[in-house]
Write a protein that binds this ligand. Structure first.
Ligand code: GMT
Length: 377
């Protein structure tokens, strides 16, 4: 199949999923065309069957905001026609679902039909999407998509709760590539970060408010008071400076490493003992799944899709958002006990296998087939 993929090319989870999906589909023989304003961050090497089309934007003194939507719609029309695509798969509803609908209508006026699949990732529904500034367009474009998928049961339900949705939504979970995410021996990293055999806690995110990274520091403060430990903070984003300040105020700077954005996250996960994800909202928690694939148990909040990924008392523990004391207590429970840590590591890996890319990709392929067959002109 010839598939066009639209996504945010940055480090966000939706862009990661879209890029890994495209690469995976290309390996399975499909021709994949990424259509974005910048090369997707995870598209780092050459892949046979993968093509990249950059959305060019003209600046003009009249534009206070460059009309990206119009530029993207025009590019989609162009690429669909020239590359003879069979299907467009857009990730993150805003603005991609509405833009794809416009491109589809333009193409239809020229006698070309292109089915559109929209994948909902989370904040496009529950944070930004249900804001009155976007909500009518989000609901309309979800209803007008030929196929809609959500990355968890929880997100599917939220979408029905927040909007008047008449379309079916198929849950296709996020996935993990075990060729990349697996526990490898990185003892030299471990020695550098924790020279005296301290336990290593890790958090990976885009440091937005919704991630509650300040709670990560509060949890770590309590753990550190009981267990010799270190904290690795991976990623970057708007909260980073506040977090650096908080870290100083807490006197935790010598035990905490701000590592910034890392391409080889798996090499750092390989030396971690515990992953902390206290998010205020999380439709799935791909970063937690990546940790679990590297045999790292997870202490997380119990919001959104997290209970579908992290199993309480098995692969880690879940607490109410903001319940720092309980999360710290659970962390200490696991880290204090070698046998428990070993058991939870094994359970985390076993649970991660449910989301193996080799199981999830065929679900997308089957769904595409269904949507193409259903074609409504
Ligand atoms: O918040 C992020 O981490 C970025 C965001 C995105 O859309 O780029 O991630 C969302 O999509 C990921 C991939 O489906 C999910 O694993 C994340 O849980 C989800 N983030 C939130 O719901 C906050």
């Amino acid at each position: 199949m010839k598939i066009g993929i639209v996504c945010y090319p940055t480090y966000g989870g939706s862009g990661v999923v879209a890029t890994e999906l495209g690469i995976g589909l290309a390996k399975r023989g499909h021709e994949v065309h990424f259509i974005t304003y910048k090369r997707p961050a995870r598209l780092t090497t050459f892949h046979e069957n993968v093509f990249y089309h950059e959305v060019g934007m003209e600046d003009y003194p009249l534009f206070e905001y460059t009309p990206y939507d119009t530029a993207l719609a025009s590019k989609l029309v162009d690429v669909v026609k020239f590359e003879k695509l069979d299907l467009l798969h857009v990730h993150y509803a805003i603005p991609h679902a509405a833009v794809a609908y416009m491109a589809k209508k333009i193409l239809l006026s020229e006698g070309k039909y292109i089915p559109v699949v929209t994948t909902l990732h989370g904040t496009d529904i529950n944070l930004v999407g249900n804001n009155p500034a976007f909500a009518p367009v989000v609901a309309f474009s979800i209803n007008k998509s030929d196929g809609v998928t959500a990355v968890s049961e929880s997100l599917k339900q939220q979408t029905y709760d927040y909007f008047n949705i008449t379309n079916d939504i198929r849950v296709i979970y996020n996935f993990i590539d075990f060729e990349r995410f697996r526990k490898v021996n990185k003892d030299h990293f471990k020695k550098a970060i924790a020279p005296n055999g301290e336990r290593i806690l890790v958090h990976v995110s885009n440091f937005r408010k919704v991630k509650h990274v300040d709670d990560v520091l509060r949890i770590f403060q309590k753990v550190y008071a009981r267990i010799p430990s270190k904290l690795m903070l991976i990623g970057d984003g708007p909260e980073r400076h506040n977090l650096e300040d908080l870290c100083r105020k807490m006197g935790l700077c010598h035990e905490t490493r701000f590592l910034g954005k890392q391409d080889a996250v798996e090499e750092l996960l390989a030396i971690a003992d515990l992953f902390i994800m206290p998010s205020g909202s999380e439709s799935f928690g791909l970063a937690a799944l990546e940790a679990m694939a590297c045999e790292v148990p997870v202490i997380s909040s119990n919001v959104g899709g997290l209970p579908e990924v992290n199993i309480h008392g098995k692969t880690g523990f879940l607490s109410d958002v903001g319940n720092v004391d309980e999360m710290a207590g659970y962390a200490i429970q696991i880290l204090e006990n070698d046998n428990m840590l070993k058991k939870f590591r094994a359970n985390a890996l076993e649970q991660a296998r449910r989301f193996d890319i080799d199981n999830i990709l065929p679900e997308y392929e089957a769904y595409y087939e269904e949507i193409v067959k259903m074609a409504v002109f």
